[in-house]
Design a protein around this ligand. Structure first.
Ligand SMILES: [Zn+2]
Ligand SMILES: [Zn+2]
Length: 179
């Protein structure tokens, strides 16, 4: 338990976001080792692993290779090099969402996922709210419906929003389930 987690540039605090949890005595099915932490996010796999994965097997790509797995449903936003998309899909802990979660891309790179947020947390992130407002407006929603939706976002409920920060320009970005 003393060993620090591997670094995930696109998901810097996976314990804080709930995607990695402390788990004493739980074996990782990939490396067969008890590492003290297991992955708790989604696994999209050809042959689903029959057990838990440790964050080290995600970080080094061995879980992705062994199970044909990726941990994120897709990525949206700017174009990004294939190696970035692969790093996000195969070597980064994903996060659970009501719908298939999409990773946000910005400035030609993957953004860093910071966690689930609601309207209260987004009050400090006007840039992220503005980005969502633009996206929703693009669907032709009337202003009133858009503002009601943004105001109803709830960190622990539904709909919820997912906060990211661009690793290049540091802008905050957010996406939500839009149910
Ligand atoms: Zn492992
Ligand atoms: Zn950016």
């Amino acid at each position: 338990m003393t060993k620090s987690l591997p670094a995930f540039p696109y998901h810097p605090h996976p314990v804080a976001t709930g995607s990695v949890v402390a788990a004493d005595g739980v074996l990782c099915v990939c490396c067969g080792t008890v590492r003290g932490y297991v992955y708790a996010g989604p696994v999209y796999a050809v042959a689903e692993p029959e057990g838990r994965l440790c964050p080290w097997c995600i970080a080094d790509g061995s879980a992705a290779a062994r199970y044909g797995a990726h941990f994120c449903a897709g990525a949206v936003g700017d174009d990004a090099p294939r190696e970035v998309l692969l790093a996000i899909a195969e070597r980064t802990p994903g996060f659970s969402a009501w719908q298939d979660p999409q990773w946000l891309l910005h400035c030609g790179d993957g953004a860093a996922f910071l966690g689930r947020v609601g309207a209260a947390e987004l009050a400090d992130r006007p840039d992220a709210v503005e980005a969502m407002r633009r996206e929703i407006t693009g669907w032709g929603w009337p202003t009133e419906r858009t503002e009601h939706y943004l105001g109803s976002l709830d960190k622990d409920g539904q709909p919820t929003a997912y906060l990211f920060r661009c690793r290049v320009c540091s802008a905050h970005l957010a996406t939500s389930d839009f149910t």
